[in-house]
Design a protein around this ligand. Structure first.
Ligand code: DC
Length: 219
């Protein structure tokens, strides 16, 4: 079974996808982490975020892998755990540029489809229901207001010792939404057969409950 969870930045996709995968005993795949890791590769090698051939060369010569541990899913770059580093502000604010590159998307989509082959999976991202797994049995599109998403990110940031003002986070989220939904290749878009869930006024438990009901109705 394939479960696709898409939606804009900070709508709660990864939190929900992880819990649903755990409850069902499915593999979880965070596709945003892949785009973030490619962005980190460019940063570490001082390759411009718009330098297509430079970034593709880096992708050909470095390895991105996922590891499922007791500490959740970890992302490894050449065997080194970069799961925390890819969440930094500099990566967050530049990942939209890297993820708009057609060739980068093609390579990562191939990897994502390979991962989804022959296994029950919950995959979250922006284009899972529309492009990566168009035949997924369950497609969820999670949304929430910009205000609520900025507040969630603010809380997460404070826990990690980052003190970006709430208004800056709102601006950043709006900018990323715009870039993600207006890029030429596989823009953020609800698949026609996806079920939209607005999480603005819901707790995590309520969203998990709602998504579980949708999954159960497809079993
Ligand atoms: O879900 P996230 O915030 O970690 O994703 C980081 C960026 O990666 C996001 O701004 C858009 C891009 N992305 C994408 O283009 N396609 C996906 N399937 C997942 C993420």
């Amino acid at each position: 079974m394939q479960i696709a969870i898409d939606g804009p930045a900070s709508a709660g996709k990864s939190t929900i996808a992880k819990l649903i995968a755990k409850n069902l005993g499915f593999v979880y795949c965070d596709t945003g982490a892949m785009y973030r890791t490619v962005t980190l590769l460019a940063k570490n090698n001082q390759v411009d975020y718009g330098n297509v051939s430079g970034i593709l060369q880096l992708m050909d010569t470095h390895e991105i892998t996922f590891l499922n541990t007791d500490n959740g899913q970890r992302v490894l770059l050449d065997g080194q755990d970069v799961s925390d580093e890819i969440r930094s502000e500099v990566i967050t604010n530049n990942v939209s540029q890297v993820s708009a590159i057609k060739e980068v998307r093609e390579k990562l989509v191939d990897m994502q489809r390979d991962l989804a082959n022959d296994t029950n999976i919950v995959m979250d991202g922006r284009d899972i229901g529309t492009t990566v797994l168009p035949d997924a049995e369950v497609k969820i599109f999670l949304i929430a207001s910009v205000k609520v998403r900025a507040q969630r990110r603010y809380k997460e940031n404070v826990e990690r010792g980052i003190n970006t003002p709430l208004s800056t986070l709102e601006d950043e989220i709006e900018a990323r939404d715009y870039k993600d939904s207006h890029r030429e290749i596989s823009p953020l878009k609800k698949a026609d057969d996806a079920i939209e869930v607005d999480t603005s006024d819901m707790t995590i438990e309520q969203v998990v409950q709602k998504v579980s009901e949708i999954v159960n109705s497809h079993k």
